[in-house]
Design a protein around this ligand. Structure first.
Ligand code: NCD
Ligand code: ZN
Ligand code: ZN
Length: 467
């Protein structure tokens, strides 16, 4: 009788096209088969999945775990614990750690620090800017998962944090994309027009505005629309492949839809906070509701859900951007003083699930948006994002019927006191999170110790590349 590493029994498995009652057999970290085996085989671990759905481990391609350099906000252990508790088995970490990941040495040093702390699998972005154009090929070779650039400048107190990742104008973005395209790696863009944001911020500040809504007014839909238009135009001319981060406006949804129809190589993501909150919530949320791009209007929320439904927006990711409560509270009297960003790595699935059905999306769509597509955009679809034979055994077991309230005090992030979804009633509770056959989170038991998460090198990695 063959022995497996893990068997999940009596479970409804969400595969690519259907949900079916089945068993999942896992060995050496891979899914060996899905079906019923007679007689029943033995395994090191057998989980009874009665009443639960088995989803592919979720993939969150946009997190800021702040490690190394800003450990008061988060670290790779607390960040990946949050991921595990939220059913996420793969995360991609942004390069705006300290120092900013602009060359292979910094990349390697970061990898050394974080791999010891990771509970789930992870990839690392590299920053791309005018100053490190010469480094892009080597960053691809050392295993960067993608490049990240900002079209908008950072708030003055965060200049160091974005150093090397900001382009100052359209021409620079064009030049940069020509170079990143030559490496073959995906280029991810935070698209907001800097000149519009600068002008409106100064104007609002000069008029004495310090309220939370002023943040939204300083970064209107126009700012995103202009930058998205430019990025798409440059992708078209260079033939480059771009991914648009945290899309929040109806204008951008329309432009992306038409760009895709014209065959331009563009993908896009949005985040739960853009699907839930509007500018009208800012008074209540205060500095905790300050993030970039900002909360929009109900019309934008409608456009985003329509975009998710018709495939214009490919993914829902968290943009988990934690800041300490003290840092955020600086913005209580004066919104300009709070750093932008909100935590969300642990709450993505229940939030999306709770609203998806109202907008005509089903469980398969949710899995497509939170696991399959994010894996595919970043070239990980051959091992992540789907429950199928031969794939990594990344499995999330969820009780789909559980209705519960998000309690920020129970979350793993160091920024738990700033969570804007606190108290919200949601559907679907994660019971087990399994990474390559190992249970890394079990709700009633806790977490596996850190260090078991594997580094996922990007598609252009060369294994014996030396720094
Ligand atoms: C992010 C952060 O804090 O790092 N903040 C945010 O408001 N989204 C940066 C970013 O993703 O642009
Ligand atoms: Zn961003
Ligand atoms: Zn971000």
């Amino acid at each position: 009788m063959p022995t497996y590493e893990l068997i999940v029994k009596n479970v409804r498995v969400v595969t690519d096209k259907a949900i079916k009652e089945s068993e999942i057999y896992v060995d050496n970290g891979k899914i060996i088969s899905i079906g019923f085996h007679e007689p029943v085989h033995s395994a090191d671990v057998i989980i009874d999945g009665r009443g639960m759905l088995a989803l592919p481990g979720l993939v969150d391609t946009h997190v800021h775990f702040r490690d190394p350099g800003m450990l008061q906000k988060e670290d790779f252990e607390t960040g990946t614990r949050g991921a595990a508790a939220g059913g996420t088995t793969t995360i991609l970490d942004m390069p705006t750690t300290q120092p900013v990941v602009t060359n292979p040495t910094i990349f390697k040093d970061k990898l050394k620090v974080v791999e010891k702390k990771a509970l789930v699998d992870f990839g690392l972005y590299a920053a791309a800017g005018m100053e490190n154009m010469e480094q892009l090929h080597d960053l691809a070779k050392i295993g960067a998962i993608a490049f990240k650039s900002y079209t908008v400048s950072p708030p003055s107190e965060r200049v160091k944090e974005y150093a090397g990742a900001v382009v100052r104008n359209t021409g620079e973005l064009f030049h940069l994309l020509e170079n990143s395209t030559a490496t073959g790696l995906l280029h991810c863009i935070h698209a907001e027009d800097d000149s519009v944001v600068q002008y409106l911020t100064s104007k609002l500040q000069a008029s004495g505005r310090k309220d939370a809504e002023a943040h939204c007014e300083s970064r209107p839909n126009l700012a995103e629309a202009l930058a998205v238009h430019q990025a798409i135009g440059i992708a078209e001319m260079t033939g480059g492949k771009i991914h648009l981060l945290h899309i929040s406006t109806r204008e951008a949804v329309q432009m992306i839809r038409s760009a895709k129809a014209r065959g331009i190589r563009v993908t896009a993501e949005t985040c739960p906070h853009y699907l839930f909150f509007t500018k009208g919530d800012m008074q209540k949320l205060g500095p905790y509701g300050k993030y970039n791009p900002p909360a929009r209007s109900h019309g934008d929320i409608i456009a985003l859900w329509e975009g998710l439904k018709d495939g214009t927006i490919d993914a829902v990711v968290s943009d988990h951007a934690p800041h300490s409560r003290e840092e955020k509270d600086d913005g209580r009297e004066d919104i300009w003083k709070a750093p932008p960003g909100t935590p969300g790595v642990e709450t993505r699935l229940p939030l999306v699930l709770s609203r998806a059905m109202d907008w005509g999306l089903d469980m398969l769509d949710v899995v497509r948006l939170c696991a399959k597509n994010p894996a595919k955009i970043f070239g990980l679809e051959w091992r992540k994002g789907e429950i199928a034979e031969g794939m990594d055994a990344d499995i999330t077991l969820m009780d789909p019927g559980a209705v519960w309230k998000i309690k920020s005090s129970e979350l793993q992030t160091k920024a738990r006191e700033t969570v804007i979804f606190d108290g919200m009633e949601v559907k679907g509770k994660i019971a087990y999170t399994i990474v390559r056959g190992r249970v890394v989170f079990e709700r009633e038991v806790g977490f596996e110790k850190p260090g078991g998460g594997s580094f996922l090198a990007g598609q252009k990695a060369i294994s014996d590349f030396k720094v």
